[in-house]
Design a protein around this ligand. Sequence first.
Ligand code: HEC
Ligand code: HEC
Ligand code: HEC
Ligand code: HEC
Length: 188
Amino acid sequence: MMVFRILGIMILSLAVPALVFAAGAHDGLNCVGCHGIHNAKGEIIFAVEANKKSINPKTKQAFTGTTALCLGCHETIERGGMGIAAVSANHSHPYGVMPNAKVATVPDVFLRDGKLECVGCHDPHPSNANYKYLRVDTAKGAKMGDFCGMCHSSKADPGALKGMKIFNSMDERRSSAPAPAAAPEKKK
Ligand code: HEC
Ligand code: HEC
Ligand code: HEC
Ligand code: HEC
């Protein structure tokens, strides 16, 4: 297993320099870096093995669902990831938690099975042009407080939430992408 993990890191580290010049950090993953079409390792045909080592300080258990998938890359190697822009649960905003209503009121669109996961705050698809793949446009971080206010409104500037647009790649019926060009007509 370790061999595969190291191989994965090598393949990714080859891909990373190209990413620097890509429009978005995940563009270079080219879909198949995250979704294994015929060699999936987890749910949503994920190409990367779920992280079973990193422990959620809130539940004292390993992370589950899509959060464990993100952490397959975004954790240190010692904590079961690939050391790519590693985030540490011990020094992070909580994730993998059922919201305590006294601390946060989380709109349904941000929850997965009732929990706040990484995808509650980030939509990782290349179609998301927002700063750091956040679910809302924060003007490159300048309006971060407005984003926090979506779930912690009693702490934010009351005017902040007006006009905030939530990005959601998870419903194709709402896609604004142009339809692919039709195949050229066959010559008769
Ligand atoms: C960084 C990793 C990553 C990349 C790159 C990525 N995806 Fe995803 N994809 C995910 C995650 C995580 C979810 C689940 C998101 C959620 O629950 O909000 C998902 C969900 C999906 C789903 C929906 C599955 C369902 O159950 O409804 C489709 C379809 C999909 N991705 C296609 C793509 C395509 C096409 C690309 C390339 C253009 C792509 N993905 C690139 C991580 C990724
Ligand atoms: C296959 C490995 C892989 C997976 C899985 C993955 N990412 Fe990434 N992610 C990357 C790489 C590579 C970068 C670019 C790192 C860099 O530039 O240093 C990146 C960068 C990011 C960034 C920073 C973007 C920026 O503009 O600076 C965010 C945010 C992010 N990922 C969130 C997520 C979330 C959330 C998930 C799970 C839904 C996820 N990633 C899953 C590989 C991955
Ligand atoms: C409560 C919302 C929230 C949750 C939950 C969350 N993030 Fe983030 N994340 C952010 C914000 C906001 C930033 C940008 C911080 C900044 O630029 O100061 C960020 C930045 C990042 C970055 C870029 C770090 C860099 O060096 O630029 C990565 C990678 C990332 N998040 C991955 C994840 C992963 C993986 C998870 C789940 C394990 C996760 N995030 C959960 C809000 C969140
Ligand atoms: C998508 C919803 C969401 C967003 C956006 C969000 N939070 Fe949270 N926040 C939560 C949830 C859920 C919790 C955990 C509540 C609990 O303990 O159950 C939380 C907890 C916290 C806590 C308490 C941490 C602790 O360890 O007790 C702080 C502080 C906080 N958030 C600050 C922020 C800041 C600052 C931002 C913006 C950068 C932000 N949050 C954005 C949902 C969100």
